[in-house]
Design a protein. Structure first.
Length: 367
């Protein structure tokens, strides 16, 4: 397990990763090191197939007092740390460079956390101020203790300070304006009453309650390969070829065919999509040779398959068969739910199309 400078990663249960901010002497204020430590820890948890739920917590008396505005040894976005967003110009003078930094370390990174392909829970106690709200609001659920307090004072500091501007979505526009214009503290009871929190518990029960919820969620998260009804053309030579390969390879029902399988039946590493496409093309060729299918038809059928087409095709077919977009993303390794959501929209268009062939996931061209 990776050791970080500003956070600690725990595994209280095999299916649960608990990421703990560990700068209690600074009230868990986020310096640039912590921002990128958190990003790396989130990435590792998402890529670990055993992890189903991620908890974000803070060590010491407070969840997070916001951003650490003191100059530090590593404080240059895009220079001291490789950027994770798609912005540049960090060294440009004046507003351009400042805007690039704000885009990278506030908007781009926090948006990535919001779109993680696994559910996240913020475990909040004590102060949760400005940048602390940014962290908590990036999580899917918030569980807080009675001593929690929420505040966003950045408008009174003379800056916009809402780079990750989700206040209206979390609070509604009128409450968001009040919170920003007055910078007043919202105590835990009020936060729960206005819908900011999912659960409010005594401080001594906070960790146990968060774990209880995470454990319940981990059991409903995709832990085994899903059996998805994938509509297909009955005469597809590709399907026949792959089914023949599955039978020859002695792959049992429920075993993932997108992993390597040894002769002894052991399931190995996840195959790269290009490798899967190569296998399918090879099996199609063998299938055609055995059944006397013309070579030109074999070549045309095999040419349809690439790593990208398999990923897109699986996503659309799985969504059409009723799979949840989070389950799809866990298989395709999309780091954001944006593309799986688009594939789900495409699947819905296919389902409702008047030109759809019954029982087949293909379109018939309109006359």
């Amino acid at each position: 397990m990776t050791t970080f400078e500003t956070i600690v990663v725990e595994r209280p249960e095999p299916r649960i990763a608990r990421i703990v901010m560990n700068r209690p002497e600074a009230r868990n204020a986020q310096n640039l090191q912590m921002t990128y430590d958190l990003n790396a820890a989130f990435d590792q948890a998402v890529l670990d197939d055993a992890v189903k739920v991620i908890i974000l917590a803070g060590n010491g008396p407070h969840f997070s007092s916001g951003h650490d505005l003191r100059p530090g040894a590593k404080n240059a976005a895009g220079v001291d740390f490789p950027p994770v967003g798609n912005w540049g110009g960090f060294a440009e003078p004046n507003a351009h460079g400042r805007f690039a930094r704000e885009q990278e370390i506030y908007l781009q990174i926090t948006r990535r956390w919001r779109n993680l392909a696994k559910p996240t829970i913020a475990e909040v106690h004590g102060k949760c101020i400005a940048g602390g709200l940014m962290l908590a609001w990036a999580c899917d659920l918030i569980v807080a203790s009675h001593d929690a307090e929420f505040c966003d004072p950045v408008v009174t500091m003379g800056v916009c300070g809402v780079e990750w501007f989700v206040h209206p979505w979390e609070l509604g526009p009128r409450k968001a304006k009040e919170l920003l214009f007055t910078a007043r503290v919202v105590e835990a009871d009020e936060a729960y009453r206005i819908g900011l929190l999912n659960h409010l518990v005594p401080k001594e029960q906070l960790r146990a309650k968060t774990m209880e919820i995470a454990f319940a969620m981990s059991k409903t998260a995709t832990s085994e390969p899903q059996v998805v009804a994938v509509p297909r053309a009955e005469n597809s030579e590709a399907v026949k070829a792959v089914e023949a390969w599955i039978e020859t390879a002695s792959i049992q029902p429920g075993e993932p065919i997108l992993r390597s399988v040894t002769k002894g039946g052991a399931i190995g590493a996840r195959l790269h999509p290009q490798s899967v496409a190569k296998i399918i093309k090879a099996r199609i060729g063998e299938h055609h040779q055995l059944h006397g299918v013309p070579a030109n038809k074999a070549a045309a059928e095999a040419a349809r398959y690439s790593g990208h087409s398999l990923r897109v095709g699986f996503s659309v077919s799985a969504a059409e068969g009723g799979a949840d977009i989070r389950a799809i993303a866990s298989v395709t390794r999309h780091r954001s739910l944006t593309m799986p959501a688009r594939y789900a929209q495409k699947a819905e268009q296919i389902r409702t199309s008047p030109h759809r062939l019954p029982g087949v996931g293909l379109h018939r061209a309109p006359k």
